[in-house]
Design a protein around this ligand. Structure first.
Ligand code: ATP
Ligand code: MG
Length: 265
């Protein structure tokens, strides 16, 4: 039902990312609420292809993209409105995530990743700000196409390298960028669930310098991730499997969905 951008009335700003702004909007005729993401872009050639992929995505674990509009300098995505914002917002507001909450979160993200994998899509940018919550409290994956189209490997502003897997960081470091496997998304999931539980980025220590070298060591070199003693054995084991440095030994999404930590969520 959304034929042009003028069908939508802007109500407020929901958030700001490195590439643009996300607005809360209302369809003038139907009064349905949508999120509208406006990105400055000069990479129009790939857009048509990506928009096609976006329209084929239909999953209750992925934020729906209803339409994509391209204008001279902007790329506009009309998305499902996720009323409660992102996990990043929740963490900033110091929301506490209990283990059962983290477990159902992990379960939903894994189901979203399984869906994307079946479509042959590597998300490549799983991080708290790309995991959105609706008014029912359900978490969904957002931004798998958008980040690839627009950022094109420039994961600048939000220090996003923090969620990259060791194999990915190595590639970035040597300047090859680009091709990432499904295992990278599993690593990022591990970082996110642990971050939700402890309430801060888990791979570095409090007081560590916030620079690239420290982060690189934390991701690629440090053997031990500090997992709080309060964690159950299941949780500990689950996180350990996600944060396996060698991607060939890391559990797959299918394997993790059978793990006792998330199985019956
Ligand atoms: P980056 O640019 O590095 O990807 P980001 O993910 O924070 O960072 P955006 O994807 O532009 O940037 O999103 C900015 C913010 O807008 C999010 O953190 C979230 O709070 C909000 N937001 C994005 N999409 C939606 C949506 N569909 N519904 C509600 N809020 C949203
Ligand atoms: Mg985002």
């Amino acid at each position: 039902p959304i034929e042009t951008l003028y069908d939508l009335e802007k109500l407020s700003v929901l958030g700001q990312g490195s590439g643009g702004t996300v607005y809360k909007t209302r369809h003038r005729r139907t009064k349905t609420l949508y999120a509208l993401k406006v990105l400055r872009s000069n990479l129009h050639t790939t857009v048509a292809v990506e928009a096609d992929i976006l329209k084929r995505i239909e999953s209750s674990f992925i934020v729906t993209c209803y339409a994509v509009f391209v204008s001279l300098s902007d790329l506009c995505f009309v998305m499902e409105l996720m009323e409660k914002g992102s996990l990043h917002d929740a963490l900033l507001a110091q929301q506490v995530f209990s283990e059962p909450m983290v477990s159902s979160l992990a379960n939903r993200i894994l189901k979203g990743l399984r869906y994307l994998q079946e479509m042959g899509i590597v998300h490549g940018d799983i991080k708290p700000s790309n995991l959105l919550i609706n008014k029912k409290g359900e978490v969904k994956i957002a931004d798998f196409g958008a980040s690839r189209i627009v950022a094109g490997g420039d994961y600048g502003s939000n220090g996003t390298c923090a969620y990259m897997s060791p194999e990915r960081v190595d590639l970035e470091k040597w300047g090859f960028g680009g091709e990432v496997g499904f295992a990278g998304d599993v690593w990022s999931l591990g970082v996110v669930v642990l971050e939700c539980y402890i309430g801060r980025y888990p791979l570095t220590k409090v007081g560590d310098k916030p620079d690239w070298a420290t982060l690189f060591c934390a991701i690629c070199c440090n053997e031990k991730v500090d997992i709080p003693v309060s964690c159950s054995l299941e949780f500990r084991d689950f996180v350990g499997r996600c944060l396996e440095k060698d991607w060939r030994k890391r559990d797959t999404v299918e394997e993790l969905l059978r793990h006792s930590f998330v199985k019956n969520r």
